[in-house]
Design a protein around this ligand. Structure first.
Ligand code: AR6
Length: 175
């Protein structure tokens, strides 16, 4: 199945896992992170706190992923990843962003999950240019679907019509 592009609130999706664009402490925050924590309820924060620190203040380094339960969400799991902060494009941002998508897909596969939905990681306060981020997301998701049996459904969830259109454009330009 090709990558699916949808528009809306990721917290409403009844998929096996939704991805959270988190921070390295998995401490909650604004944007989609805040929305996911609000919709999931306090059990999600409790799960996050049980994830061990790999170094001071860091439970999930940039480009990696961690999995928790979905609690009150319609999704069964939340996969937390930390996108790169945009520093102009010469600080390894594209590789780190692609790594986020792959790490989430790998974790979903390891847990036997069949469907996963991504928000536009790094496209809010982390400042990644939207068109470039859409291209990274579509390439990473399409590569995965070509090579791996699961998750068989990968959804890219744009919060607004503009992000959805950028995903569609990137998908149309895929080889
Ligand atoms: N459903 C889908 N997408 C959403 C939703 C939603 N309910 N709400 C926002 N978005 P951001 P980042 C989109 O800033 O740039 C947090 O404080 C939003 O329109 O949430 O990776 C964390 O704790 C944008 O396109 O994530 C980190 O500190 C996209 O989600 C930091 O922000 C991502 O925007 C992470 O920054």
């Amino acid at each position: 199945m090709p990558v699916e592009v949808i528009q809306g609130d990721i917290t409403r999706l009844a998929v096996d896992a939704i991805v959270n664009a988190a921070n390295e402490a998995l401490a909650g925050g604004g944007g989609v992170d805040g929305a996911i924590h609000r919709a999931a309820g306090p059990g999600l924060d409790a799960d996050c706190r049980r994830i061990p620190f790999v170094r001071p203040h860091v439970r999930c380094p940039t480009g990696e992923a961690r999995i928790t339960g979905g609690h009150a969400l319609p999704a069964r799991h939340v996969i937390h990843t930390v996108g790169p902060v945009w520093h102009g494009g010469n600080a390894g941002e594209a590789a780190l962003l692609a790594s986020c998508y792959r790490a989430c897909l790998q974790l979903a596969a390891a847990h036997g999950l069949d469907s996963i939905a991504f928000p536009a990681i790094s496209c809010g306060v982390f400042g990644y240019p939207l068109e470039q981020a859409a291209r990274v997301a579509v390439a990473a998701a399409s590569d995965w679907l070509r090579q791996q049996p699961r998750p068989a459904r990968v959804l890219l969830c744009g919060f607004d019509a503009r992000m959805q259109a950028l995903y569609r454009d990137a998908l149309a330009r895929q080889p």
